[in-house]
Design a protein around this ligand. Structure first.
Ligand code: UN1
Length: 503
């Protein structure tokens, strides 16, 4: 392991993180790979937070008047810097979050993609022109920057989710205050450095466009409560969202929430099982089951249930579990002991609720000292309480169905509403799944798993997932304020609705 620890130090140095920044602080950062200490970073003092908000506000006053395409230039440069730093930042994501190399790199690619998207967007912050009912009048809609945006991100996508928010917010003319997960401050510190490199090349940007809050819950709480932060974008558990939303609502701020998921796949009798197996394995065990979009429920037609489950068990049995940096590994560690314990507890509960568990044991041989778990397949008699609960671990619950309407009902009968999919070659089923009476999720796919979404679409979900949308499509609108403008170019002053008020 010593060599690998040295590699981590080299990666951190390549990302411009200095000895002084990585030692002597109060926040210990350990790697899920082996529990080894990566750094002791300095926390942002709560006493400084008001100054941080004030700086963000002042930067916003200047940034909002910079033409949007010029703001896009900063994000273009950020994309270039990310391309340059891709290998190191991807490796650091593996170190800090435990992702396999390809997924660490994929996360950085997702950042590069959203930068490209945001650059184009910087020339397309379109409003509407609306027909006025009054002669000699023109009506239109204008989008203006909203103000400082608070971004709260989770450990599992420590940098990509930040970039979805930051790239959009910055081209929209907002400033950003970022509170990363306490478990992944190093990737955030590295992003701040990468951003500063882009800023240096950009030239005349106001100071304080992006500020990062390193440390615990008190910082996040201050961010959520601050009147200076009109938009709060928070990714994490439903529990966290329930705490954040009322506080932001109380002060009439806007929330973009991306909370729990409990994503399902329906597999119909006509499905291409070969494809379904590949999609299931990637989306159920990829990222060790720690994506919001992870496949957690398989709703399979009873006529093919046995065959599909036996193919899955075969595929699961050969999956390489271990050091995520080693070539060939597909399943890395869970983020910490608590996650491992939560997985074990969920499997126990599933058994108590009538489930039959395959896999799910802790792996201790030929792996580093982290929390490595076999992914589990749990055949359930029905959708019991544990199935309706999101456990952030690689557990796949399997349930059978006979009638497609029932399958949709099972898919929708959970509190969460992020992602969903159907595997079928029957176009009636495929189309029905996408109708108003089909999936109730924010994402609904056909012959593709529920995870691994592209950045071009709006990302987010309904119900306990929180209702927010981030990333592509018109998600940018949440980072701006809308203004309706009516211009009278006539010499009369007609009132709307035919009201007469002559003086
Ligand atoms: C998350 O897990 O918070 O669709 C985001 C996906 C990724 C993003 C996941 N593009 O799986």
């Amino acid at each position: 392991m010593k060599d690998i620890v040295m590699t981590a130090q080299t990666t951190l140095a390549n990302l411009d993180l200095t000895e002084a920044e990585l030692t002597g602080g109060t926040l210990k950062v350990t790697s899920p790979i082996d529990g080894g200490l990566l750094a002791e970073v300095h926390e942002t003092p709560v006493s400084e937070i008001e100054a941080i908000f004030a700086r963000s506000k002042a930067a916003f006053q200047a940034w909002r008047t910079v033409p949007a395409p010029r703001r896009g230039e900063l994000i273009r440069l950020l994309g270039e810097e990310l391309r340059e730093a891709k290998d190191d930042l991807g490796a650091l994501v593996s170190w800090e979050a435990g992702k396999i190399t390809s997924e660490g790199l994929g996360e950085v690619q997702e950042m590069i993609d959203i930068c490209d998207f945001a650059v184009g967007l910087s020339r397309q912050l379109y409003g509407l022109t609306i027909a006025s009912e009054r002669p000699g009048h023109r009506m239109m809609e204008t989008w203006h920057p909203a103000g400082p945006v608070g971004v709260i991100s989770a450990f599992n996508f420590p940098v990509a989710v930040w970039s979805w928010n930051a790239a959009l917010a910055l081209v929209c003319g907002d400033t950003v205050i970022w509170k990363p997960s306490e478990k992944t401050p190093l990737t955030a510190m590295a992003c701040q450095k990468i951003f500063e490199r882009a800023l240096a090349r950009f030239g005349d940007a106001p100071e304080g466009l992006l500020q990062t809050l390193i440390g615990g819950a008190a910082l996040g709480e201050a961010l959520v409560a601050s009147e200076d932060v009109p938009v709060v974008s928070a990714t994490g558990s439903t529990r966290m969202g329930r705490a954040v939303a009322p506080i932001v609502a109380q002060r009439f701020g806007k929330c973009i929430l991306e909370l729990g998921g409990n994503n399902a796949m329906i597999v119909g009798p006509s499905a291409d099982l070969e494809m379904a197996v590949r999609a299931i394995v990637f989306s159920a065990v990829g990222t060790a089951g720690q994506r919001c979009t992870t496949l957690r429920r398989l709703i399979v037609h009873n006529s093919i249930r046995e065959e599909l489950v036996s193919r899955l068990k075969k595929a699961y049995s050969g999956l390489p579990i271990g050091n995520p940096l080693a070539e060939g590994t597909l399943i890395g560690p869970l983020v910490d002991e608590a996650s491992g314990a939560a997985m074990t507890a969920a499997l126990k509960a599933a058994e108590a609720e009538g489930g039959t568990v395959f896999g799910g044991n802790r792996v201790t041989e030929n792996v580093p000292a982290g929390v490595y778990m076999e992914p589990a397949i749990v055949e359930m008699p029905g959708q019991s309480d544990v199935v309706k609960t999101e456990t952030f671990a690689p557990i796949l619950y399997v349930m059978g169905y006979d009638d497609f309407d029932d399958a949709i009902a099972i898919q929708n009968d959970v509190p969460q509403g992020l992602s969903s999919c159907v595997f079928t070659l029957n176009m009636r089923e495929a189309e029905q799944f996408l109708t108003a009476a089909g999936s109730d999720c924010g994402i609904a796919n056909v012959n593709i798993g529920p995870s691994g979404a592209e950045i071009g679409g709006a990302f987010g979900g309904e119900k306990e997932t929180g209702g927010g949308r981030e990333s592509g499509s018109d998600a940018w609108k949440a980072y701006m304020r809308r203004q309706t403008n009516t211009v009278n170019y006539s010499a009369e002053l007609p009132l709307a609705q035919g009201v007469k008020f002559d003086i």
